[in-house]
Design a protein around this ligand. Structure first.
Ligand SMILES: Nc1ncnc2c1ncn2[C@@H]1O[C@H](COP(=O)(O)OP(=O)(O)OP(=O)(O)O)[C@@H](O)[C@H]1O
Length: 292
């Protein structure tokens, strides 16, 4: 649904994107992760047509997004990181406006609005001005503006930043439901457990490019887990050892004659993966800043 290749974007002498590649299939949720400044928002803004790249290619569905931008943009729903809503008019009016931009009119527009209000648990707030809503409620409205036209590609840039648990779970459920219907989703977040809930594939951005891409299973499979053992003898401290073969390591421990009181096998989590990748020595990071 989305294929971006070789994207470059410079701000002055700084390269915000430096050969950024990403492909997203219909029905796939890609968790786009990486440190502040890695280029995630720049990528999303370029795909949405809000910024022009200095080089690279983008296809959205059948369209070349750089030469057929107007047609490509009709396939996109975007929730930007900085909220962009009309505060003085109601939630419903905001949704009418965004639905209109995607070409929806009349009864189909009202049906789309009713659906998204329900999905994001906004029905009771529909006739209130956005300006009187809480931060979390506004986040949900922003996500609703992205979804209201039922676009086949959703770009959600930290849609749950500052959200309470209720807002978060409503949003995640809505995103999952859309993906199950074949919508492709780019989802940026700094909150990795969300990506487990979404069963997202992962793209780790660093210094303006995607350095790691795959499913959660593919990327965590080769990481060591951790064996955590406490002992019957209270004088013995808890043992924590990295392990790729917990069964064999536990058998070796028992054979040594020590008596465990508890055994816990910690499987590698996304936090472990992120930490592993971010701390690994990776080539090319010094070349990020063209001024360097
Ligand atoms: N308008 C701009 N002018 C100058 N530099 C910019 C501009 N926009 C972004 N940058 C720089 O481009 C780089 C990428 O920024 P971007 O916002 O895409 O990162 P990000 O991965 O989305 O970060 P975050 O996790 O903080 O949202 C950063 O070094 C940032 O300082």
């Amino acid at each position: 649904m989305l294929t971006a290749g070789g994207l470059v974007k410079c701000h002055g002498r700084r390269r915000a994107l430096d050969g950024f590649d990403l492909t997203v299939e219909p029905g796939e949720i890609v968790g786009l992760i990486g440190h502040n400044g890695a280029g995630k928002t720049t990528f999303v803004e370029i795909v949405a047509g809000l910024l022009q790249p200095d080089a690279g290619r983008i296809r959205i569905g059948p369209y070349d997004a750089l030469t057929e931008g107007r047609a490509a943009r009709r396939l996109i729903g975007m929730a930007p990181q900085e909220l962009a809503l009309y505060g003085s008019v109601t939630v419903r009016e905001n949704l009418r406006l965004f639905a209109g931009l995607t070409g929806l009119r009349g009864r189909r527009r009202e049906a789309g609005i009713a659906r998204v209000l329900e999905e994001l648990q906004l029905s009771t707030l529909a006739d209130r001005p956005v300006g009187v809503l809480s931060g979390g409620q506004r986040r949900r409205v922003q996500a609703a503006t992205a979804m209201v036209g039922s676009p086949p590609l959703l770009l959600l840039d930290e849609p749950t930043a500052g959200a309470d648990p209720e807002t978060r779970s409503a949003l995640l459920a809505a995103v999952r439901a859309r993906a199950e219907k074949g919508v492709a989703v780019v989802y940026t977040t700094h909150y990795l457990p969300e990506l487990v809930d979404l069963d997202a594939t992962l793209a780790l951005a660093r210094a303006g490019r995607v350095i790691t891409r795959g499913t959660q299973e593919e990327l965590t499979r080769h990481l060591p887990g951790e064996l955590r053992v406490t002992f019957a003898d209270p004088a013995e401290p808890e043992l924590r050892m990295p392990t790729s073969d917990p069964g064999a390591d536990l058998a070796a421990l028992l054979a040594s004659g020590r008596t465990p009181a508890s055994v816990d096998i910690h499987r590698p989590s996304l936090d472990d993966l992120y930490h592993f990748l971010e701390t690994a020595e990776l080539e090319g990071t010094q070349a990020h800043d063209a001024a360097a």
